[in-house]
Design a protein around this ligand. Structure first.
Ligand code: AMP
Ligand code: MG
Length: 413
């Protein structure tokens, strides 16, 4: 009898795994209209063309005097007053000045506005303290935006700039992609939710709140399924139900191959399939990706740091892909090691790290925090990001190359 064990497939590199996960996930279809107050962070579904020109009408950029210029003339006759919000005044004749305030419509015939600081006013006339040319201090209709001009393209994530411009042209609502429906669940017999009593052998479920905080954004509709027991039938039932309703399912715990690790088997039992397993990362190797029904499924490890690393590496691109956004590459910044570290031969390693210095060329020098371990979260609190150590045989020595993923970029999902 041949008792030899089949050689296991080589581990996937991060880029291979990310590529496979993205290829197995489609962008959602479906749009909805939202008021401007709910538009921030949503993905624009259609190009926006401006319904009108901006500015809407010629107006003054300053408090001062509108002038109907006469070449070489310094003295002008005061012929009226106009403030912001008033309709344009009667047409000006050459030699007229009209007292005007910022935002007020320029009267027809006005060539420019003289700032009040450059004018001496006395009763019925004013005197210019310096010569003025046509066009000065007047903002012309359409000089910012022409009617019909493209303001923003479909696929952008809306922020304050888009909201401001849409409001300026009078749009009250925008067409956006519907939110990505994401199901989040923890699994493990030992877990209780924070706030509940901690019985013998129990621990608090830290991953579910942490993952939610890491991924939450306005374009996601997150449903929290709480804690599932290590029960294959119950987890299978969860996947069956989720397959019908969700675009993306994120689970944590039970991702490895132990007797109580049921996630991959339950996914298959629910009619789903596993595509990606065994990625060359530490921590996070048990990360598994598959599909069930219309849903893309990310099975994250239970160890908290491992779950977080897997979320940053894989859940983030899954969300970007699902929303039809460009997928941001996995691109740690170049940095210098402020520590010595043996390398693993085959896995990319992630370590909590703090920037302690800059080297002569300006690269951050990073120091590792904590003594390692995929379960520890506390070292992250003092860290500025993750040091990324590529696989290879030579140990990392102080002053050597490492990658660095700053938290600012990593968590702005
Ligand atoms: P597992 O991946 O289920 O084998 O779990 C690995 C380790 O992570 C175990 O020590 C679990 O108790 C722990 N763990 C699993 N799920 C969670 C969770 N949601 N929050 C905190 N720790 C967890
Ligand atoms: Mg478990």
């Amino acid at each position: 009898m041949n008792t030899s064990v089949a050689p296991r497939a080589p581990l996937l590199t991060i880029d291979e795994a990310r590529g496979a996960v993205i290829a197995a996930t489609t962008a959602i279809a479906g749009e909805e209209s939202v008021p401007l107050g709910a538009a921030r962070g949503r993905v624009l579904a259609r190009d926006i063309a401006s319904p009108r020109a901006l500015p809407v009408f010629d107006h003054s950029a300053m408090d001062g005097y509108a002038l109907a210029l006469v070449a070489g003339e310094r003295r002008y006759r005061l012929a009226g007053r106009v403030v912001a919000g008033q309709a344009p005044r009667a047409a000006m004749k050459p030699g007229d000045a009209v007292r005007i305030f910022t935002g007020a419509p320029a009267p027809p015939g006005a060539d420019c506005v003289a700032m009040q600081e450059n004018v001496a006013a006395s009763g019925e006339s004013i005197e210019l303290l310096r010569p003025h040319g046509a066009g000065e201090n007047i903002r012309h209709a359409g000089e910012d935006v022409a009617a019909g001009e493209l303001l923003a393209r479909a696929g952008v994530v809306l922020d304050a700039r888009h909201v401001g411009l849409a409001a300026a042209v009078g749009l009250a609502r925008l067409e956006v992609r519907r939110r990505l429906r994401l199901a989040l669940v923890s699994t493990g017999d030992e877990l209780v939710a924070p706030g509940e009593a901690l019985g013998p052998g129990a621990i608090f479920d830290s991953n579910r709140p942490m993952l939610r905080a890491a991924i939450e954004r306005p374009s996601l509709d997150i449903s929290d399924f709480g804690i599932l027991r290590d029960d294959r039938a119950a987890i299978t039932e969860f996947f069956r139900a989720a397959a019908r309703e969700f675009d993306l399912v994120v689970t944590t715990g039970g991702a490895s191959v132990g007797d109580e690790d049921h996630l991959a088997a339950a996914l298959t039992a629910a009619g789903g399939s596993v595509g990606v397993a065994r990625v060359a990362i530490r921590p996070g190797k048990p990360f598994t990706h598959g599909r069930v029904g219309g849903a893309s499924v990310a099975i994250l490890p239970g160890n908290p740091f491992a779950a977080l690393v897997a979320a940053l590496l894989f859940v983030r691109p899954l969300i970007e892909r699902g929303l039809g956004l460009p997928v941001q590459p996995f691109a740690p910044l170049p940095a210098r090691a402020g520590f010595d570290h043996p390398r693993t031969l085959e896995r990319t390693e992630f370590l909590p790290a703090r920037v302690i210095d800059r080297d002569a060329s300006g690269l951050p020098v990073v120091e590792r925090l904590g003594r390692g371990g995929s379960a520890r979260l506390k070292p992250l609190i003092d860290a500025d990001g993750l040091a990324v150590i590529a696989p290879g045989e030579a140990p990392v020595a102080r002053g050597g190359d490492v990658g660095f993923l700053p938290f600012g970029a990593a968590f702005s999902l």
